[in-house]
Design a protein. Structure first.
Length: 121
């Protein structure tokens, strides 16, 4: 009887460890983002995608001022745009084409982060 309980407990622990490993491995996963690109999602506060706008990366200079802005990319029907970037450069994410009075979250890129959500209010 004790041997069966040990076997069942070992099996349960193994299954729990496998589930935890799978859940942990998918946390913050960006493998679906093409190398050398940021995925920028533009959405309203309620999570609804914003359509008909474009996003643009502007280089942040060493003194903190904004430098040259790169080519803008329109979002798709899900409010998502994939934008090329250069490693080691900090950018300010800008959203163009919003309606008058709308504002968006002020986001700067960070080393190692390739997935951004810009919230429009």
């Amino acid at each position: 009887m004790t041997k069966k309980i040990k076997t069942v407990l070992l099996l349960c622990l193994t299954l729990c460890a496998a589930v935890f490993a799978l859940a942990f491995a998918s946390c913050g996963e960006t493998s679906d983002i093409p190398e050398g690109q940021y995925r920028i999602t533009v959405q309203y506060e309620d999570g609804t995608p914003v359509q008909g706008v474009d996003v643009q990366l502007c280089i942040v200079e060493e003194d903190g001022s904004l430098g040259m802005c790169l080519r803008s990319v329109f979002v798709d029907e899900n409010g998502v745009a994939y934008v090329d970037y250069s490693e080691g450069t900090t950018y300010h994410i800008q959203v163009n084409g919003l309606e008058d009075g709308q504002e968006y979250s002020d986001i700067y890129t960070e080393e190692g982060v390739r997935d951004y959500v810009v919230t429009v209010s």
